[in-house]
Design a protein around this ligand. Structure first.
Ligand code: SAH
Length: 262
């Protein structure tokens, strides 16, 4: 069987057993946990998960060939879906004890994260343990006033507490990716939203960060039609740039935008 890794499916398989064990340790898997693994690939991480004897293991693998291999290899120990994670909707399989692993296909990793941010109420889980390209991970965990801060940081911090665990060298993968990877853990936050529709937050951050280096004045006036009330209420300085506004300010702005639309 031809098992040439497929670039367009982001196939970089973890081959370093030390790293695999370190990733597994982060989760403290017990018999109470259901595990989901997104993009199980050749099953190197899966094997280590099985050794921890969780309650149930679900795999999602888009590649038909790998799906067949995984099915044969792990047989009755797993339940596997030959599906695209971005379209996956069997949320009744998830519980608050569910741990989700993913050495994510890098071309769609931010889309996968966004799926868990926006479908948050539908997908219950205890934590996400995701591997990203280092550069993307840095954008996710970036704090206000830093150059990496942006939409992804704001959206992620709205829903999650995020911990950076460690970086992983390209040598731990086959084929070797060009850049380092970083493991992040996301745990759900209790949120009291200032706005009702997550799309509002998506929209406001999109409009502001479209002009990343410019002062926010123009974007602000575009959304709030020069209405001084919002500016005064939120005490916003229009000479700032998008990366100078805290996540909290963006949540408030999303709320005000909804109020005006009513
Ligand atoms: N977890 C494995 C493989 C990681 S590579 C390991 O660490 O070795 C990423 C995997 O995601 C590949 O197996 C790829 O086929 C799979 N994949 C790519 N796009 C996907 C999608 N949209 N849905 C589900 N799996 C996908």
């Amino acid at each position: 069987m031809n098992l040439k890794p497929k670039k367009k499916l982001g196939q970089n398989f973890l081959i370093d057993n030390n790293v695999i064990q370190k990733i597994i340790k982060c989760a403290e898997i017990s018999y109470q946990n259901e595990i989901f693994e997104i993009g199980a690939g050749t099953g190197n991480l899966t094997k280590a998960i099985i050794e921890k004897n969780p309650k149930q293991i679900f795999l999602i693998e888009k590649d038909k060939k790998l799906y067949e291999i995984l099915k044969n290899k792990f047989d009755n120990k797993i339940q596997i879906f030959n599906e695209d994670i971005l379209k996956f909707s069997k949320n009744n399989l998830f519980s608050s004890n569910t741990i989700i692993f993913g050495n994510l296909p890098y071309n769609i990793s931010s889309q996968i994260l966004t799926k868990f941010i926006f479908n948050f109420e539908n997908f219950k889980f205890k934590m996400l343990i995701f591997m990203f390209q280092k550069e993307l991970a840095e954008r996710i965990i970036a704090k206000v006033n830093s150059s990496n801060y942006g939409r992804l940081s704001i959206l992620s911090t709205w829903k999650f507490n995020i911990n950076k665990v460690f970086d992983i060298s390209p040598n731990s993968f086959f084929p070797k990716p060009k850049v380092k990877s970083t493991l992040l853990i996301f745990t759900p936050k209790k949120i009291s939203s200032k706005f009702n529709n997550p799309k509002s937050l998506e929209k406001i951050t999109k409009i502001f960060f479209n002009q990343r280096r410019k002062k926010i004045k123009k974007q602000f006036n575009y959304i709030f039609s020069d209405n001084p009330e919002v500016k005064n209420k939120l005490n916003i300085d229009l000479n700032l740039r998008p990366q100078n506004l805290s996540p909290e300010t963006y949540f408030n702005l999303a709320g005000e935008m909804e109020r005006l639309a009513d």
